[in-house]
Design a protein. Structure first.
Length: 127
């Protein structure tokens, strides 16, 4: 079994500063409408999703080359569990790598947000 792993931490004050300067542009460039609705303008929640997107891009091994921020979406179950939902080039790359099963954990304090993701490669396992 092959795993792809990514982790990221971000200073919440950095996200707050960007929100203060470029709120509408920042939100539409980085987040999907669902993510914006889920976060309700809270810098800590937005920072956690930013960290999650960075962690997923690291697991994909591409950084942001050819992938848009909104192609990596962090949604949640009715119980609040975060899930990775990929679109466009991010989804295509994950499929090419055989990455179909994702696990994600998010956490934040008032100062920092962190995300950890693990994706399992399912090539050759009747995916």
């Amino acid at each position: 079994m092959t795993l792809a792993v990514g982790v990221d931490i971000i200073d919440v004050s950095r996200v707050q500063a960007i929100l203060d300067r470029h709120q509408a542009r920042f939100l539409t460039r980085v987040y999907t409408p669902q993510e914006v609705a889920d976060c309700q303008g809270q810098a800590t929640s937005l920072a956690a999703r930013w960290a999650a997107k960075e962690a997923v891009s690291k697991a994909l091994g591409c950084g942001w080359d050819g992938i848009q921020w909104t192609e990596i979406e962090i949604v949640r179950t009715p119980h609040g569990q975060p899930l990775v939902s990929l679109h466009g080039a991010a989804r295509t790359l994950a499929e090419q790598m055989g990455l179909r099963q994702w696990a994600i954990s998010l956490s934040h304090t008032a100062a920092y947000a962190v995300a950890f993701v693990v994706a399992q490669c399912v090539f050759g396992e009747n995916a």
